[in-house]
Design a protein around this ligand. Sequence first.
Ligand code: ZN
Length: 394
Amino acid sequence: MKIVKNLVPSNKYNIKCPYFMTPTRIVIHNTANDASAQNEIAYMIRNDDQTSFHYAVDDQEAVQGIPEDRNAWHASDGLSGKGNREGIAIEICYSKSGGEKFKKAEENAVQLTASILKRYGWGIDRVTKHQDYGNHKYCPHRTLEEGWDSFLNRVSIALGSSNSSDGVPSTDVLKNDQVLQWQKVMNQVYRCNLALDGSFGPDSKAKANQYQLHYTVPTMKNEYVRFVQQRLKNLGYSLSIDGSFGPDMYKKVKQFQKDRSLKVDGWVGKDTVYELLKDSSIVSSSGNVLKNDRVLEWQKVMNQVYRCNLALDGSFGPDSKAKANQYQLHYTVPTIKSEYVRFVQQRLKNLGYSLSIDGSFGPDMDKKVKQFQKDRSLKVDGWIGKDTVEQLLK
Ligand SMILES: [Zn+2]
């Protein structure tokens, strides 16, 4: 089946797909009309409603309208729902009248769904329906009438049950006490709100990737803190520029937040970053997006320290804001901050790698992590993301 792109122009991102997204699932819909996929996407792009979706599929082809790394508004679960914020939406066309055209469209949706699962290395457990979210709308209506299980079965077959490295069926989700321990550490250190179910499922994997651990030279690691310190100093707050988020900086950040009428919590997230980057003479030409050289400096630091891949456009737009919130700075007592590193060290040690359990990601741990990745035939990059975490928790 053909997949063609007709992507929404970026000047409509603020309406249709304002947020950067790391997808964790697929959300299936029926259009409840009789338009073709081309027309469905063209209409979605043309109108100024928020409603949006990544793909429309008909009896001929799939048409993509939203990039998979941006969110869309389709699951009726609001601003922060997992459907809207983590789901790749697929609309199956011709569901109003049904018949042969719908059957073919649905079969193409089966193929598209399977190909997306393969691409991400996902199992059938990642296939969800609109009805699973928000107000539980009866959608995909015709697919539901004709049997949701049948749809899932056909996706499983298309996925190829023999090729288990491509599709991991839900029964293969890693589940044990190690995972539970890991979830507790993640909730404690990163305020993840993971369900403590001991299952290394989609949510856990997404968090493992969001908060990847990696060895970085301390001075590099501190460049973002240093940047924030410099900004505070330039704005009249006296503090030392030492790149380390200690109790004095914590006090100054809270003072700054109070002075700017922000929430006084000491977290350097998007609102605080915005205030730090603002000129005294703020000019907002395109919408309300802050744009100046300071933002550009900040983007460079974020790319350097966190490998963000932010476009260096000097605009504090949706991507920049998402990264500001993903990598929030905060003063934490070192022992807490290090609990996740300590947890990983303990796992490595239990698995036979000799290293000291000091909660600090130094060059020796970097070497051991890479050795572990090599031993498990993982990508040897020293990054502790979902694949490495999964092997550690086995
Ligand atoms: Zn729907």
